[in-house]
Ligand binder design. Structure first.
Ligand SMILES: [Zn+2]
Length: 266
């Protein structure tokens, strides 16, 4: 049975010093993006430079990815293989990214990831974004002496990634757990033995998301039988929907509401 689950991965596993530019000096956002894309291309992490630049710029046009406090996270979904392609640029003088606080951007974290790796950017990279919100951490990145130091400082930051898995604990266990939790919450108690059994079969990162979703929505896993999330009614992209259709046992994540998605609950 093909299954995917969310796995916490330290950024160090996908970020090498060669993917970091410590002293950028471009004059424009576009030039900075081109330079970071070029870095990924030289590392053979992407095969089509112009497509990558176009996608990232299209996303920027939709809304600036500057977070404020001198940080921007330009990103796009692109064929990059199983692991996201990440490049970091430090721009000591600062560059205009159209930030909400009007401040120039000194730290640029570019993330390109596979279209079939479903998931809202903010959810998959929440660890990275919250780390960059910390002023002490940002200062540390600004003060590190070079690419090696910046990569090292970021190496422990956790990101969520979808990973393949071939054991029996999978979508079925998530479905069972949701059924049990729903019953248990309705009654206010009981079933704790079955709940514990189901939880023991699921990876921790999946469980913590499950609990957050149950608390927030009262449901964690919904169907998307015709390419529409039954939780929030969002129409999934056609590539996402066809990926789901060909992997009916795989658990995905809705890009809009963050619920776990499965093609249909049997
Ligand atoms: Zn949804």
């Amino acid at each position: 049975m093909s299954t995917r689950y969310l796995k916490e991965v330290p950024l160090g596993e996908v970020l090498k010093p060669a993917q970091v530019l410590a002293d950028m000096a471009n004059r424009s956002k576009k030039a900075a993006i081109e330079e970071l894309v070029d870095l990924l291309w030289k590392q053979k992490l992407i095969s089509n430079k112009s497509e990558a630049v176009t996608r990232v710029l299209e996303r920027e046009e939709l809304a600036s990815t500057a977070l404020g406090h001198g940080v921007a996270i330009p990103h796009a979904r692109l064929e990059v293989g199983d692991t996201p392609a990440i490049a970091i640029g430090r721009h000591p003088a600062g560059i205009d990214f159209g930030a909400p606080d009007g401040k120039d951007v000194n730290l640029i974290v570019m993330v390109l990831w596979q279209p079939t790796q479903a998931g809202l950017f903010n959810r998959l990279f929440a660890g990275l974004v919250s780390k960059l919100a910390d002023a002490h951490f940002r200062n540390r990145l600004m003060e590190e002496s070079g690419a090696d130091g910046i990569a090292r400082a970021l190496s422990d930051v956790k990101i969520d990634m979808l990973a393949g898995r071939s054991t029996k604990c999978d979508a079925d266990m998530l479905i069972a757990l949701q059924l049990l939790e729903t019953k248990r919450r309705a009654k206010g108690n009981g079933l704790s033995q079955q709940v514990d059994l189901a939880r023991a079969e699921l990876p921790g990162s999946m469980l913590s998301r499950f609990d957050r979703l149950m608390d927030y929505y009262g449901e964690a896993l919904v169907e998307a039988p015709e390419g529409v999330c039954r939780g929030c009614n969002m129409q999934l992209s056609s590539s996402f929907a066809s990926e789901m259709l060909s992997n009916p046992d795989t658990v995905y994540i809705c890009e809009r509401c963050g619920r776990f998605l499965i093609h249909h609950i049997g």
